[in-house]
Design a protein around this ligand. Structure first.
Ligand code: NOJ
Length: 539
């Protein structure tokens, strides 16, 4: 059974904002905090009750804010600390929680800690990072090349698991632990409700290991951060690539006082792609099977699961495994139904609510992401430029980082100036204004789905039971709470005959407007939710 505290967390619906690409309020081509404030009523109307804002601290922006140079101030392009305070107050007045992005694994090499650290081997900051005379292993950087960089000033190598300008902090140094605790307490003091913790599974290292994750002191360090009385009421979600239940339990069991929950990436890693830049012909069945596995594991272990398909690091899920052309509305609404009627916490990435899809670019100049640019070079040497561009078009993080298309006007209504990155080339076809005028509005479907979720204890807390069989080309399950049942039917790519014996639920929501009964032909990407009369009236 989830505790009362966790039952409250289970009612959260989080919207992820990539500030640089959300809404530009001052016409410089870059989204900002005041731009977020302008859209709070829009978000409230959608039905979310928390926002996770990607890093907005001071940063030289080599990795768009994940390279922090001052944890205590706001990036110039995004506004000021006062804007942040106003954003927190305005969000709270609408019942919306604020979750900041905490980056504990590394800082920018322009952070004063690193600037001091590289000066000598015996100053206060010398051991804030990992320094060695020679690389001590063959770890590679996630953005290509070696993870070790020579620094002339200190005549030593430092570790960077990401870009050369993102140096890994040395958590074995208690001073570092104290500094990051201070950062957490500072923002909590300003009213922040929680943190999304960037690659937190990498903060403890074992240099003899093949990977830079899951070092021997990982749990101790996370506990040092969030197991304190000051952090008791925070919501924390870790970016963790743990793929076994024992490790997930170690992170997210309530009594361990580490993380409230974590992102689990099985479906992101294996569905619709061979690897990050190589697509795979796949069916939604593979997604279903992973969801079923984790629903059961989380239920049996009283864990909160995160329900997400998209974020700022992945191309849109509908483009990977749905039909983002002829059946874009059906795919977007089906995938939302599949995920957001399960037990866990929905995370919606900006633009998902209008069915944003990947777009195609003919030149590498249209990309900005450090990862994409590095890999383009590597792939060009290996496979030639044409193939390299194709791979980048498929897997680039920029697929999710282009500004939201608010309308079909200049720069898609995101800004009055040329945006920092070219807008989505499909913006005339996919934009909020057009979506709202359409009979098949993804936004309206999301809104109804989220309202239904919030009003249904069955969906929020109910037991999960799978009714479909492994070979079926669809996903049918029930959520039951205090004797009442909600039934969810998600049909995949092909037409299916679906029969549930003795079924008498009433239709609550469907993405095919003529859907009334359960037992008959289901069309491609058709989703339907059934429940009892009372729930229907509530709506
Ligand atoms: C994971 C973040 O989500 C990603 O955007 C970033 O580049 C790396 N961590 C490094 O901070």
């Amino acid at each position: 059974m989830l505790s009362e505290k966790y039952k409250n967390f289970a009612q959260m619906i989080v919207y992820q904002i990539y500030p640089r690409s959300f809404n530009d309020s001052n016409g410089d081509g870059i989204g900002d905090l005041r731009g977020i404030i302008e859209k709070l009523d829009y978000l409230k109307d959608l039905g979310i009750n928390a926002i996770w804002i990607c890093p907005c601290y001071k940063s030289p922006n080599d990795d768009n804010g994940y390279d922090i140079s001052d944890y205590y101030d706001i990036m110039d392009e995004f506004g000021t600390l006062d804007d942040m305070k106003e954003l927190i107050a305005e969000a709270h007045s609408r019942g919306i929680k604020i979750i900041m992005d905490l980056v504990p694994n590394h800082t920018s090499t322009q952070h004063k800690w690193f600037i001091e650290s590289k000066k000598s081997k015996d100053n206060y900051y010398s051991d804030f990072y990992y320094w060695f005379d020679e690389p001590v292993n063959d770890w590679g950087s996630a953005f290509g090349g070696s993870a070790w960089e020579y620094c002339k000033e200190r005549d030593q190598y430092y570790l960077h698991s990401y870009a050369v300008s993102q140096a890994d902090l040395n958590w074995d140094n208690p001073k570092v632990v104290k500094e990051i605790q201070k950062v957490v307490d500072y923002w909590t003091g300003l009213g922040v409700d929680g943190f999304r913790c960037d690659v937190i599974d990498q903060i403890s290292k074992d240099f003899k290991n093949g990977s830079n994750c899951f070092g021997p002191n990982l749990h101790k360090y996370i506990n040092a951060l969030f197991g304190r009385p000051e952090t008791e009421n925070l919501f924390t979600v870790g970016e963790c690539w743990a793929d076994n239940i024992e490790e997930v339990c170690r992170h997210a069991k309530e009594e361990r006082k580490e993380l409230t929950t974590l992102f689990q990436f099985d479906h992101i890693e294996s569905c619709g792609r061979e690897s990050k830049f190589v697509p795979k012909n796949d069916s939604l069945k593979s997604v279903r099977d992973i969801l079923v596995k984790w629903q059961k594991l989380c239920y049996d272990n009283d864990l909160l699961y995160t329900l997400f398909t998209d974020n700022h690091d992945q191309p849109p899920f509908i483009s990977r495994i749905g039909n983002d052309r002829e059946l874009r509305y059906e795919s977007a609404s089906l995938i939302a139904t599949m995920f957001y009627t399960l037990r866990g916490i929905p995370f919606i990435y900006q633009g998902q609510e209008i069915g944003t899809a990947s777009s195609h670019y003919d030149s590498i100049d249209d990309f900005r992401d450090v990862e994409s640019l590095n890999f383009y070079k590597i792939f060009s040497e290996q496979y030639g430029e044409e193939k390299a561009l194709e791979m980048i078009n498929f897997g680039s993080r920029d697929n999710e980082r282009r500004p939201i298309s608010w309308n079909a006007g200049k720069y898609a209504g995101f800004s009055t100036a040329e945006p920092w990155i070219p807008i989505n080339s499909r913006f005339k076809e996919i934009n909020l204004e057009k979506d709202l005028l359409s009979e098949k509005s993804v936004f309206k479907y999301y809104k109804e789905l989220l309202a239904l979720r919030k009003s249904s204890p069955e969906i929020l807390f109910g037991d999960f039971e799978l009714l479909s069989k492994p070979d079926d080309d669809y996903f049918v399950f029930t959520r039951t709470y205090e004797g009442k049942t909600v039934t969810v039917i998600c049909n995949f790519e092909k037409t299916s005959q679906i029969n549930i014996p003795n079924f008498n639920g009433k239709i609550l929501l469907s993405n095919y407007s003529d859907r009334q009964n359960c037992c008959e032909t289901f069309r491609p990407y058709e989703a339907a939710i059934f429940g009892d009369e009372e729930l229907r009236k509530k709506r």
